[in-house]
Design a protein around this ligand. Structure first.
Ligand SMILES: Nc1nc2c(ncn2[C@@H]2O[C@H](COP(=O)(O)OP(=O)(O)OP(=O)(O)O)[C@@H](O)[C@H]2O)c(=O)[nH]1
Ligand SMILES: [Mg+2]
Length: 613
């Protein structure tokens, strides 16, 4: 049998799905997190097993956005290759009952066996609401089970109710077709049903209202947001440094150990120059990635992220985007792929396309290793004010450049190809919550694992291929290995295109495998320098030191500017193709991003040379 979880966005459907099936779907404290259907399995006490489906949140079956469309199709049995669910599990937010009861009426009227999970009763209690599930159940005509998904409360009762609903399934006939009910009528009904279900209500929401009046204030809100972002980028450098240094030292020691134990030759060189230098140079950025995500996860779980979207709404409106685009764009700071997928919650097709096209300009975490290694190499570790490090400031600036670039592009797109009026902001604000340590740790672990898995797969493979291309054919006496190698020949062929913007040959070479993933640029530089180094001691040096010794400041800055814009990630292009159903827009995206990267890198280089850096 099949059961589907549905309800308004941010009701806790995915949290419930995870609790019931043991899955680890992403949950976060803002609407629009789930944009696809996800299936899992639960066992009933009767021994039957149920296929449970987690669906994107929905406000209505009269849908316009692509994610709500998925929910409607699955529930109506129109989803290709999928039978209609036998039981619906309607998830309601107990603390926002009235809003959630609007869609609930549509669901219950379908006449399918339905069980209500009255979720977040803990928050309702915190807000001073006392609920009466029995009264709610008789008002709605379906069983109601109070739950707290994140604390696994009410799960067994819910399972029992699902089991019972299945058995009821057989004797439910087809519901009478209903006359069309208007939204105001539904709202009125929702209000009445909520009144029946709520026994008493006290006003303890005051603290949160006061917090909102500060954080959402048109003048105070934006500086708070920027200050917070600023602190994050300072922390990425300041806190990570000891850990990153320790990892660097570890890699150096490992390389020394391999050099001392293995006989000279192919295997030893592959290990030290390819794997330890190449892959190791990326892994040392794990602490920075973890710190960045710790902040992001904190902002997501407390409910601040949705406020940030609200604060940004005015700014976004100025460039013709809606606040709806904020969450997809924000997800793109982790990676443009989930970011582009999250645009499914944007109903307006032009709004959505614009957001897809600018998502790659948000600084994804794959750029962090590139930025961090170059900044650590060429920007001095000085402070420019009390507690403000220059390195963190430069990093912050690069992130801001990406955002400013994205806004500028959005403005241009919205007044040309994706012309149209910006739609208003319709996201509801989630409640403030204290983050749960366990969720935070799981989230961090998942992020770290994604990063390490990339290091072990794409980056590993690209590095080995590159090392082979760099090592063969062997150089004659007096000739440099880089020039003699296949890789050297390839980069020499494309070098003329990059001479005008100040790139050296190693940089040009790094751009080729970096198409697979941006971090590979770092691995590529490290491997190139390791192969190119004179002796073992130099091979073991950290990439940062090699760059510091070899690159001029204008060259290094040009490289940073390139990576702010360059679309170097095949997977992003592939996702853009899938989400826009064709090659037209991904090609537009590639062309404009490469164009911008080239222009900005060149401008940076020449301005830096001109002012004598
Ligand atoms: N306190 C409390 N928090 C909950 C409960 N259930 C879910 N949450 C939190 O509510 C937020 C939203 O949960 P999700 O499971 O992502 O919500 P969803 O319904 O899947 O949302 P969409 O995928 O956006 O439709 C998360 O921050 C959860 O940790 C609950 O019973 N009590
Ligand atoms: Mg969800």
């Amino acid at each position: 049998m099949r059961a589907a979880l549905l309800g308004n966005p941010n009701a806790g459907k995915s949290a419930l799905f995870n609790a019931l099936t043991g899955a680890r779907q992403k949950i976060a404290n803002y609407p629009g997190v789930t944009v696809e259907r996800k299936a899992g399995r639960i066992e009933l006490p009767s021994g039957d097993s149920v296929e449970l489906i987690d669906l994107p949140g929905s406000y209505s079956f009269d849908t316009t956005s692509p994610d709500e469309e998925v929910t409607r199709k699955v529930v109506m049995g129109e989803f290709p290759g999928e039978a209609r669910p036998d039981v619906l599990i309607l998830v309601l937010d107990a603390a926002n009952l009235e809003q959630h009861l609007v869609f609930a009426q549509e669901v219950i009227e379908l006449g399918l066996p339905t069980v209500v999970a009255l979720n977040m009763v803990d928050l309702a209690e915190r807000d001073g609401l006392t609920l009466d599930p029995a009264a709610l159940s008789s008002a709605l005509g379906v069983p109601v089970v109070p739950t707290v998904a994140v604390r696994r409360r009410g799960l067994s009762e819910l399972i029992t109710a699902i089991d019972a609903a299945e058995h009821r399934a057989e004797d439910i006939g087809h519901a009478e077709p209903r006359p069309h009910i208007t939204l105001p009528e539904r709202r009125l009904a929702a209000s009445n049903i909520a009144k029946a279900g709520i026994l008493s209500e006290s006003t303890e929401r005051r603290l949160h209202t006061r917090l909102d009046s500060v954080l959402l204030h048109p003048w105070i809100g934006p500086p708070i947001l920027f200050a917070l972002l600023f602190i994050i980028f300072q922390a990425v450098f300041a806190w990570a440094t000891p850990f990153a240094d320790a990892l660097d030292t570890g890699a150096g020691m490992l390389s020394e150990f391999v050099t001392a134990t293995l006989p000279e030759g192919f295997v030893r060189d592959l290990l030290t120059e390819g794997l330890i230098a190449g892959v190791g140079s990326v892994i040392v950025f794990l602490p920075q990635i973890v710190i960045l995500f710790a902040f992001i996860l904190l902002m997501e779980s407390t409910g601040y992220m949705a406020r940030a979207a609200f604060v940004m709404d005015r700014l976004m409106a100025m460039v013709g985007l809606s606040g709806r685009s904020f969450i997809p764009l924000l997800s793109s700071f982790a990676c443009a792929i989930p970011g582009i997928m999250a645009t499914r919650s944007i109903a307006d097709p032009k709004d959505r396309l614009t957001t897809i096209l600018i998502a790659p300009l948000m600084t994804c975490s794959a750029r962090l290793p590139v930025y961090a290694v170059v900044i650590a190499a060429v920007i001095p570790e000085t402070s420019v004010g009390p507690g403000i490090g220059l390195q963190g400031l430069v990093l912050f600036t690069l992130y801001v450049l990406g955002i400013v670039g994205a806004m500028a592009v959005a403005l241009i797109l919205r007044s040309t190809v994706t012309k149209g009026a910006a739609s208003g902001f319709i996201m509801e604000l989630p409640r403030y919550q204290l983050p749960r340590l366990q969720d935070l740790l799981i989230g961090l672990w998942q992020r770290a694992w994604v990063f390490l898995r990339r290091a072990g797969t794409i980056i590993f493979a690209a590095t080995v291929v590159l090392w082979l291309l760099l090592t063969f054919p062997k150089a004659e006496i007096g000739e440099s290995q880089l020039d003699a190698s296949f890789a050297g020949q390839i980069s020499a062929a494309i070098q003329p295109a990059f001479d005008p913007i100040g790139f050296n040959q190693e940089m040009t070479l790094a751009l080729v495998p970096a198409m697979a993933a941006r971090e590979v640029a770092v691995a590529s530089l490290a491997t190139t320098y390791a192969v190119d180094s004179e002796d073992d001691a130099e091979t073991e040096e950290a990439l940062r030191e090699q760059i510091a010794a070899r690159w001029s400041l204008p060259t290094a800055l040009a490289f940073l500017a390139w990576f702010v814009f360059a679309p170097q990630c095949i997977s992003t292009i592939a996702v853009a193709r899938r989400e826009t159903n064709g090659w037209k827009w991904p090609i537009v995206m590639l062309a404009y991003l490469f164009g911008l990267a080239y222009i900005f890198a060149g401008a940076t280089y020449w301005i830096a040379v001109w002012i004598g850096l």
